[in-house]
Design a protein around this ligand. Structure first.
Ligand code: ATP
Ligand code: MG
Length: 391
């Protein structure tokens, strides 16, 4: 969901924040990460990361286990010292600013709530430690309880809460100190799928209502897609691609991103001609010789080997050969099919012997629904769905 979608669903009276500050040359980033690296002995956990995050943004860092996500967050929070590079928050260089003086709070990967304290005491803990007056603590705890909808459970101890409720206690604890930035390391990982999906929306609403900048770490691409204004795909300490979920999904820059971020089919192809000015490329598939067109602003030499990537939901299955311009057509047989209520997944064996994955929404009784194993079918998709990758 992007910010524009969120606008329409919000009750908030929060001041308007440009929907896409990263496109505004005059917008000043709230967090600037410059050439940031972290070395543990000879091992590089974070490798020259550059990133600007804007106020009120929900930015997600997405990557597999061990790619450096938590290390990056810990450097932002001030729990880990960078080996090189710079972190600037709200115009201030964080180099000599200790964790407790940063306008940041962090919700850790395995969020800790104190088991011996009630929900209320857990949430108020940070303020009590700061020796705030009792009356102020009580008011702010009450506000937080309302915000995360735990008012009725204020007197409970954590082991009498569900996972989702515990997660909300941890969130309220992190938010009560009114940080300008909240770092959340795998905030929803402990929840089951259904609760996770529900909590994702609660998190988005909360973030928007409070106007706090969120930096979320996750290894779950669907979660990143749902939550983020923008996201970065990280691998072996590096940012591979940064953009909106749609940009990264529709225009992955290489095979790694395409493969990591959703399901995709890869075809090896050879370039026939390339005209970057007209954003055109024509190529033929390696095994079947199928000719195809694609949009590409990159120049390729004739004969260059490229990968053509196509998302499964872009492909249409039909039993008759489709006609029309600007479509890529190939043939195959049904190897496997599975119905998942609202959608069907097909594995089609192409003439070259490889498997092509196709998914279709079951919003109507379509011709494809009558397919059987071993049926011969045509697969077709619009040329604009061909993503050209050179690495
Ligand atoms: N204190 C440390 N000393 C040595 N190596 C470390 C230390 N902390 C992290 N590492 C290594 O740095 C790499 C990145 O770790 P990090 O915790 O940032 O990964 P992550 O992306 O958060 O992974 P996960 O998704 O599993 O939480 C890992 O290979 C890890 O073993
Ligand atoms: Mg981690």
């Amino acid at each position: 969901m992007n910010r524009d979608d969120r606008m329409t669903t919000q009750r908030s009276t929060k001041p308007y924040v440009a929907a896409t500050p990263w496109l505004d040359p005059k917008a000043v980033p709230f967090i600037q990460i410059k050439n940031l690296s972290k070395q543990f002995d000879k091992f590089t956990a974070v490798d020259k990361v550059n990133l600007d995050i804007y106020q009120g943004e929900l930015f997600t860092i997405l990557g597999g286990s061990g790619c450096g996500k938590s290390t990056l967050l810990r450097m932002l929070a001030g729990f880990e010292e960078p080996s090189a590079g710079q972190i600037i928050i709200d115009g201030v260089d964080m180099a000599n600013i200790p964790a407790y003086d940063r306008p940041i709070n962090m919700m850790f990967q395995s969020y800790a709530v104190f088991p011996h304290m009630t929900v209320e005491q857990n949430i108020g803990y940070g303020l009590k430690k700061d020796n705030l007056p009792k009356a102020e603590i009580a008011t702010r705890v009450k506000e937080m309880l309302d915000l995360v909808q735990l008012g009725d459970l204020a007197a409970r101890k954590p082991h009498h809460l569900s996972g989702g409720q515990r997660q909300r206690v941890a969130l309220a604890r992190a938010l009560i100190k009114q940080p300008k930035v909240l770092l959340l390391d795998e905030p929803l990982a402990a929840l089951d799928k259904k609760l996770r999906e529900q909590t994702q929306f609660e998190l988005i609403n909360l973030q928007y209502e409070l106007g706090i900048t969120f930096v979320v770490v996750t290894h779950d691409q669907e979660e990143a897609m749902t939550l983020s204004d923008r996201l970065a795909v990280m691998n072996t300490g590096k940012f591979i691609q940064t953009g909106t979920p749609t940009q990264v999904y529709e225009s992955p820059i290489n095979r790694f991103v395409a493969d990591f971020f959703g399901t995709i089919n890869f075809f090896n192809a050879t370039v026939i001609s390339s005209d970057p000015a007209a954003k055109k490329l024509s190529a033929k598939l390696e095994k079947t010789g199928t000719k195809l067109d694609a949009n590409s602003e990159t120049a390729f030499a004739e004969g260059a080997e490229v990968t053509i990537a196509v998302r499964p939901e872009k492909i249409i299955i039909s039993q008759k050969r489709p006609d029309g311009d600007h479509i890529t057509i190939t043939k195959g047989t049904v190897e496997d099919l599975a119905y998942y209520g609202n959608r069907s997944l097909y594995r089609i064996r192409s003439q070259s012997g490889r498997i092509i994955q196709v998914s279709a929404q079951n919003y109507q009784r379509s011709e494809a629904l009558t397919l059987e194993w071993d049926d011969e079918v045509f697969l077709s998709w619009d040329s604009s769905c061909n993503v050209v990758l050179s690495e």
